[in-house]
Ligand binder design. Structure first.
Ligand SMILES: [Zn+2]
Length: 420
């Protein structure tokens, strides 16, 4: 990769910037934690905006903190081609998730600038607010609002653990001058959106293929359940009298597993990732429990059928155990089909560079899931070690990143001259 091609990627510089950004964290290295609107998140935003300004990109922010950095093209009438990802990170994460697609896009633009390329269409980098559900329990907050997938009413009800609302946070970080309704993008505002991202799965590494091209993004959904039983002394209340909230929760978790296993689709995955109990003492019967369940599939029909099955099981289990419950569907999203012509453009860019590629499904969801509702969208995946992500030992090598950035640069160059 370091010889021959016109768009030379300065991988040493990009790696340095990835390392530097990883130090902006709420935890000591190698742990990266950047919760939405935390001091670390705000400093990371400044770091990225500075890099964008240094290369002449025009930077603006919307009312929820999505950052747009534009390399102006020669023809203002053409809709820009967009790329981007996120820099927020869940607690105890690594340095590549999201960051490769943001800092990598900046290096892709720099490489095009160095080669003397000038875009006809503008090239716009988007850094999305809160891809991770760190503060408000909902992922892709920025891109949901950009695409209109999250209603303003619903956004108004979002609260974090400190019971501050989204509106409170907008004031705290200085976005209150713009109205939240101004975030939504207009149709045809972009000709395409391409996101570079680590795979967060093992397939590319296993098959030794440097580039994945995403054709489909799985349909995610998540529900939160609050269970209320009756507490009591662990010694005094005999078993037939009990209304134990945790036991209902345990049965529900098993019902989630069963619904995913028996859905008829190998792509259905169900996870009960949160189970909290109150009062949480060894000699006290749990009187309350909270569960958060994540259910995904590539097909809406099987996902929705499994979701229905879980909800039916919750009602049955709680009736039998005399537990009252409140079930809240946090999100039930459709899958995204990536644009066939854009997938082809990425594949052509791989061919230009002599890189093997593989078409694949993204089982994790990304801002691309929502950008697909705005404009033709696809993703470029690069391998990551053992498929590990959302951990401090998450790793992609400089060579792997360099190839992904080179493909992205090629796609941006192609789309900023032609249409797809
Ligand atoms: Zn990500």
């Amino acid at each position: 990769m370091s010889d021959g091609h016109q768009n030379q990627i300065d991988i040493a510089r990009l790696q340095r910037e990835i390392d530097e950004l990883s130090l902006i964290s709420e935890n000591p290295p190698p742990v990266v934690t950047r919760v939405l609107f935390s001091e670390a998140d705000l400093r990371a935003r400044e770091f990225v905006k500075k890099l964008c300004r240094e290369i002449g990109l025009v930077v603006r922010e919307d009312a929820v903190g999505n950052i747009f950095a534009r390399w102006n093209g020669s023809d203002d009438d053409l809709a820009p081609v967009a790329t981007g990802s996120h820099i927020d990170a869940i607690p105890n994460a690594g340095k590549f998730d999201g960051v490769v697609g943001v800092l990598g896009a900046i290096e892709a633009i720099r490489s095009l600038q160095r080669s003397g390329f000038s875009p006809k269409r503008s090239v716009e980098l988007i850094i999305f607010t809160a891809e991770e559900p760190t503060r408000f329990g909902i992922g892709c907050l920025g891109s949901r609002l950009l695409s209109g997938s999250l209603s303003l009413d619903r956004a108004g009800t979002l609260r974090d653990g400190e019971v501050k609302t989204l509106e409170d946070w907008r004031k705290t970080v200085g976005y209150e001058n713009q109205k939240l309704e101004s975030v939504r993008l207009k149709p045809d505002c972009y000709c395409a959106f391409v996101e570079l991202h680590i795979e967060q799965g093992p397939l590319l590494e296993k098959e030794n293929i440097p580039i994945g091209i995403v054709e489909k993004i799985a349909a995610p959904s998540s529900i939160r359940i609050e269970l209320t039983g009756v507490g009591g002394h662990a010694g005094a209340v005999l078993m037939p009298e009990r209304r134990d909230a945790l036991l209902a929760g345990a049965e529900i978790a098993l019902a989630v597993e069963r619904a995913a296993l028996e859905s008829g689709s190998p792509d259905t995955v169900g996870t009960t990732g949160v189970l909290r109990v109150e009062p949480g003492a060894v000699n006290s019967i749990p009187c309350r429990a909270w569960l958060e369940i994540d259910l995904r599939d590539t097909r809406v029909a099987t996902r929705d059928a499994a979701l229905k099955r879980i909800e039916t099981a919750v009602a049955e289990i709680c009736r039998r155990r005399k537990i009252t419950f409140a079930l809240d569907r946090l999100n039930v999203d459709a899958p995204a089909l990536c644009d066939a012509k854009l997938v082809q453009a990425i594949s052509d860019s791989c061919d230009d560079l002599g890189l093997a590629c593989k078409r694949m499904i993204s089982r994790a969801y990304h801002d691309s899931l929502f950008m697909a509702q705005v404009c033709p969208t696809s993703m470029i995946f690069i391998p990551c070690r053992d498929g590990v992500s959302h951990r401090p030992d998450e790793f992609s090598s400089p060579e792997q990143i360099e190839k992904g950035v080179a493909v992205l640069a090629g796609v941006l160059a192609r789309l900023s001259v032609d249409s797809i």
